[in-house]
Design a protein around this ligand. Structure first.
Ligand code: PLP
Length: 373
């Protein structure tokens, strides 16, 4: 053969998705939990993996039954919504859960809709499943109300509507009445991506409360953020068993390894110690928002473990100036804004010190206007 084999036409010239993984002292760019698992949890993981190893000649439990029971218990405790374990579907990160959703409910000739600015991976799930993906803009402060969702859906009824709450990269949570209204109007599935749900502020309610009453609602969650388990790749969907059955059709057989299932169960058993970290991160987040505003910047209200702030005249220059000071944040969202993940108190202090230097530089900041901050 003379020439190299070529991938599909629609993939030519594309680059793999991913935030830069740069080794600097303060990494606040991918919304990870900054706290590593405790020594006790690391040892428990080691023991569980050793036990699982004795069985590795066998394929994993295809249905991950024990893990689903543990997840159901966790959700009942976390949000007060008790659902049977067959309403829960785990996979390798909520990324894979979303691929199952797109695989089952998207596809050629089908439409998915998201509300920008939002998580850029949705576009890739659509591309890999040959689903058409359309985004509609959020309001001036990145909010989304029922009228806006309705207006967006009038043009063509989507097979998949994605409501990200809290939204990435803005941190904006969605009121339950907007989700209820969307479910009532939608002819396809409504996915509420709750990757950051555990960080929500008091008074913000999880969409889990709506799953029982809305047969077309799917809530997705992950252990990558609040559970400090990004490296293990565990996410899950919550929906009616009929919807879960559709996801089970498109999953690859034995998709979730015995080791992954065991590690996830250990992390769930240690949720007490993780909860304390979540509390700390929430109060650090609120403190960061207050500090940014007091310093004269705009900061979007956040129910997540990150804050979108600005506005910078040239955000790439600001990003680079922070990096030069050892702090890596994310250049994402609308022009002029940067997203910073809430880190440990020390990391947040380092970010504030670096940012104070950066916005003192000439011509760095746009004057604050509007009500986002
Ligand atoms: C981080 C994130 C996820 C989580 O992905 P995993 O595959 O579970 O690590 C999902 N949705 C959004 C909006 C995110 O920001």
């Amino acid at each position: 053969m003379d020439s190299l084999p070529q991938p599909r036409d629609d993939l030519r010239g594309l680059k793999p998705y991913g935030a830069p993984q740069i080794d600097v002292p303060v990494r606040l760019n991918t919304n990870e939990n900054p706290f590593a698992p405790s020594e006790a949890m690391a040892e428990a993981v080691g023991r569980a993996v050793a036990d699982a190893a004795r069985d590795l000649n066998r394929y994993p439990d295809r249905e991950a039954e024990a893990l689903r029971v543990d997840l159901a218990d966790y959700l009942a405790e976390e949000s007060g919504v008790r659902l049977p374990s067959d309403w829960i579907w785990p996979a390798n990160g909520s990324n894979e859960v979303m691929m199952h959703i797109f695989g089952a409910f998207g596809g050629p000739g089908r439409l998915a809709m998201g509300f920008a600015p939002t998580y850029s991976m949705y576009e890739q799930y659509a591309r890999e499943t040959f689903t058409t993906y359309r985004t509609v803009s959020r309001g001036p402060n990145f909010e989304l109300d029922a009228a806006m969702v309705m207006a967006a859906m009038i043009g063509g009824s989507p097979d998949i509507v994605i409501l990200t709450s809290p939204n990435n990269p803005t941190g904006t949570a969605m009121p339950l009445d907007v989700i209820t209204a969307t479910c009532a109007m939608a002819t396809g599935v409504v996915v509420v991506d709750e990757a950051y749900a555990e960080f929500r502020r008091p008074g913000t309610t999880s969409a889990l409360a709506l799953v029982e009453a809305n047969p077309n609602l799917i809530v997705t969650r992950t252990m990558s953020k609040a559970f400090a388990l990004a490296g293990a790749r565990i996410g899950y969907a919550i929906a009616r068993p009929e919807v879960i059955d559709a996801l089970r059709i498109v999953r690859l057989p034995y998709h979730l390894s015995t080791v992954s299932q065991a590690v996830a169960r250990v992390a769930l058993a240690h949720r007490g110690e993780l909860q304390a970290q979540v509390e700390l991160l929430r109060s650090e987040r609120d403190e960061l928002v207050r500090w940014l505003r007091a310093a004269g910047l705009s900061a979007v209200d956040s129910d997540a473990n990150f804050v979108l702030c600005g506005r910078f005249v040239d955000r790439h220059r600001a990003w680079q100036a922070l990096l030069d000071r050892g702090v890596l944040v994310r250049e994402v969202g609308p022009e002029g804004w940067l997203r910073v993940t809430v880190g440990t108190p020390e990391e947040n202090a380092a970010f504030r010190a670096a940012l104070a230097e950066v916005f003192a530089l000439d011509g760095m900041m746009e004057p604050v206007e509007g009500s986002a901050g």
